[in-house]
Design a protein. Structure first.
Ligand code: NIG
Ligand code: FE
Length: 419
């Protein structure tokens, strides 16, 4: 890479979130490592130094002529946001279901009648790899324009081997061809496919026997996720799938206690899941077990809003010592959004998180939830130069001035990708 160094200077606030790659808990979630009149030196796509402008003048002043200088006066600069839970690759769309839900149908009723995830599975099975790539590329662009530079993506709209592999291959292509990083998760157990209804255990066997080995052999996923929910997969079935994934080197994740309390948080702690997702109905025992095990709670307040449900107990989880991350859950049914800034606002408004906690949850803790903490999630020497300059002065404004996109510039691996 023969890029000119980039020198960002005079940021009103530089929120570094520096302090090591472990997920933050309790008071650690409030520590943004703020530097006023902040400055970052970027070279070869990497952060080389972050400090006050005066400090960096001393170190790099003699090389100023080499660098592209960015004047960040009056602006907030943060790490690129990380979205640790999306279903970004899918065919078609489901706006009619949105209307049906407004008229009174529930999310689970629509799914049980063959809509919901099943409808998207039909459209995803029909779509070509190129079509899926095009649609998803545009979605990744939208993430980037909202300051999101790293995105996790799940399969699970195939639920047959061929379509699951198709989705995962599209993600591999996207990761190679789009500036954003895309981290893939296998989620063959996203619903019980209609053709397997009543034969759930046999479908679980198929996932374990045929799908997981193939996905692992092709190196197409880092994580293995299941929808553990009343009427979908039981905790026992979920445990089998997650344990089998571990044998293939796939780390467990779990959609847990979303619609009804079902012991999902407890299961996440027991199987050593890297994260548990949703958790709207997580029990006190489950929350305690997650804190003890260090399981990251990946909370999705936009989904709760969209389903008109009470959001997860983010405040209680942080107070109990659970590391909390937040995410869009971007998907065509329960959360068709790519806006992590909206999710941070909602984390404050509907989960009583502070503005600082919401930012840590959308950067460092989110990076930890997808095992990317060595590369992204904070502004520290040696990390990828993934940064956002916002058209506001401080981190409180980021959460306070809501429903508006404040992104001015985004750098990915030191390259200006939004200007
Ligand atoms: O995380 N809960 C299950 N899966 C997704 C929704 C997928 C869909 O409706 O298409 C979720 O909310
Ligand atoms: Fe999800």
């Amino acid at each position: 890479m023969n890029q000119r160094p980039v020198w960002i200077k005079h940021a009103a606030q530089l929120a570094t979130i520096a302090g090591g790659p472990a997920p933050r808990i309790r008071e650690g979630m409030s520590d943004l490592g703020i530097i006023e009149d902040g400055s970052v030196w970027i070279e070869e796509g990497e952060i080389r130094a972050a400090g006050t402008t005066a400090e960096l003048e001393k170190r790099y002043g003699s090389r100023a002529a080499e660098a592209e200088i960015i004047d960040a006066s009056g602006r907030l600069v943060t790490p690129g946001l990380v979205d640790p839970h999306t279903h970004i690759v899918y065919g078609g769309s489901r706006e009619k279901e949105f209307e049906m839900r407004l008229e009174g149908a529930t999310y689970m009723e629509i799914m049980e009648a063959g809509g919901g995830i099943h409808a998207t599975a039909r459209m995803t099975r029909e779509a070509t790899e190129e079509e899926l790539f095009e649609q998803s590329f545009r979605r990744l662009d939208s993430f980037l324009s909202h300051g999101v530079t790293t995105v996790e993506g799940k399969s699970g709209y195939g639920m047959d081997l061929e379509t699951e592999l198709k989705q995962l291959r599209v993600m591999k292509q996207l990761n190679e061809r789009h500036p954003a990083d895309l981290v893939p998760t296998f989620m063959g157990a996203h619903a019980v496919p209609l053709e397997w209804k009543g034969r759930e255990d046999e479908f679980v066997d198929l996932i374990i026997r045929d799908m997981l080995p193939k996905v692992a052999e092709e190196g197409l996923a880092a994580f293995n996720d299941v929808f553990c929910e009343v009427g979908v997969y039981t905790p026992g079935q979920s445990r089998r799938i997650l344990e089998a994934g571990k044998e293939h080197g796939l780390l467990p994740k779990i959609h847990a206690d979303e619609i009804e309390p079902y012991g999902g948080a407890e299961l996440a702690a027991e199987v050593g899941a890297i994260s548990a997702e949703h958790l709207l109905k997580a029990s006190d025992v489950g929350i305690r077990k997650m804190a003890e095990a260090g399981t990251i709670a990946c909370l999705l307040p936009a989904t709760a809003l969209y389903l008109r449900e009470e959001a997860a107990r983010g405040r209680d989880m942080i107070d109990a010592g659970v590391p909390v991350a937040v995410s869009t859950d971007c998907n065509p049914g329960s959360s068709p959004t790519t806006s992590m800034p909206l999710v941070m606002n909602l984390a404050c408004i509907s989960m009583r998180m502070t503005p600082a906690e919401a930012l840590v949850a959308a950067t460092l803790n989110a990076a930890c939830a997808i095992n990317m903490q060595d590369k992204v999630g904070s502004i520290e020497p040696g990390k990828q130069a993934d940064l956002v300059m916002w058209d506001i002065q401080n981190y409180q404004e980021l959460q306070y001035l809501f429903g508006v996109n404040h992104v001015m510039n985004v750098w990915k691996k030191g390259k200006l990708v939004i200007s």
